[in-house]
Design a protein around this ligand. Structure first.
Ligand code: SF4
Length: 323
């Protein structure tokens, strides 16, 4: 029987332009993650994937965004009710994050060893020397040759792939239960991308870490995840195990995303794309949010919004065609 590690319940995040005026970026999002599971959160840019992860981690304070409803239960505790100090302990300790741009997460003015050692000592009782040993071990585990030499470097002296490996080493150095990886390979070239994904999978298998993988890349999802959650315009529109989602996508948005992925040997010269773009938060369509882009849309679709419903025992979909 699988054990839940994270449960996001009815999460709502709004962005405020003044005290009274706001737009809703995340609207009633609920999902869970089991221990040791890798779940993909997918959708185009602007669908709310990253805001979901920032809301979970309470990292919206430098933005006009605020979580206005919901619960984020991690190991039985609601993170939205945790104090600043508790969140500081959890972030980088029990839950780690990796972002798309390693350079924006590493401190440019601090040597790699100092950044790693400080992070480890913040979340463990290790002495400086023990933390240094763990840092070197982590760098070697993520495939960095000659860790003692790399530890003396500053971030700008490392390539993109090396920096992302350092980020992963840093994220994994305190044995997190959950790793939130937001587009971790998007900025890297294809060969390095494959190496980094392989590395994340290896770490997940060895340490049993759960991973919430945020990406717009369905190829990455197929490679890594056991379950997929598809987001569109701040809502979940489909959820299913990866083989079911790719074999039998039920939501027209998911179908469009999958159709636009290149397939080797298909002979297709021009890939189909979904017409239009993700709606602006300030002018959400009424009814189904996907209606303006959906080839199956009927009058009912633009009048009333469908609920996310179970279409079979393993798949959920938010579409009138399935209710
Ligand atoms: Fe398309 Fe209607 Fe389904 Fe929305 S509810 S995805 S508009 S068919």
């Amino acid at each position: 029987m699988s054990e839940k590690l994270l449960e996001v319940k009815n999460l709502r995040t709004e962005f405020f332009s003044s005290k009274k005026s706001s737009v809703v970026a995340i609207d009633g999002v609920s999902f869970s993650l089991d221990k040791g599971e890798i779940v993909g959160l997918v959708g185009e840019s602007g669908c709310g994937k990253s805001v979901t992860s920032l809301s979970i981690m309470q990292l919206l304070k430098d933005t006009p965004g605020k979580v206005t409803n919901g619960e984020v239960i991690f190991e039985g505790k609601d993170l939205l009710k945790a104090s600043k100090k508790e969140m500081l302990d959890i972030r980088g300790g029990r839950i780690s994050m990796i972002f798309q741009e390693p350079m924006s997460s590493l401190n440019p003015s601090m040597r790699i060893d100092k950044q790693l050692i400080e992070g480890i000592r913040l979340h463990t009782d290790l002495s400086k020397e023990q933390a240094r040993e763990r840092a070197a071990k982590m760098l070697s585990q993520v495939g960095i040759p000659d860790p003692p030499r790399v530890m003396k470097n500053y971030p700008h002296q490392l390539s993109g792939g090396m920096s992302q490996r350092v980020m992963i080493a840093m994220a994994m150095s305190c044995d997190p239960q959950l790793l939130i990886a937001d587009e971790p390979t998007t900025a890297l070239d294809v060969t390095i991308q494959a190496q980094i994904l392989e590395l994340m999978k290896k770490i997940q298998q060895e340490q049993g870490t759960s991973i919430l993988l945020i990406t717009h890349d369905l190829g990455v999802v197929a490679e890594m995840c056991s379950r997929v959650i598809v987001m569109y315009a701040g809502k979940i529109v489909e959820e299913a195990p990866v083989e079911i989602l790719f074999g039998n996508p039920t939501h027209p948005y998911t179908q469009g995303l999958i159709a636009s992925v290149p397939k080797l040997g298909s002979g297709v010269k021009v890939l189909p794309s979904i017409p239009g773009s993700v709606p602006d938060l300030s002018s959400m369509p009424t009814g189904c949010r996907f209606a303006p882009r959906c080839k199956y849309a009927t009058e009912k679709c633009s009048q009333k919004e469908p609920e996310l419903t179970q279409v079979n025992d393993r798949q959920k979909c938010r579409c009138w065609l399935k209710q």
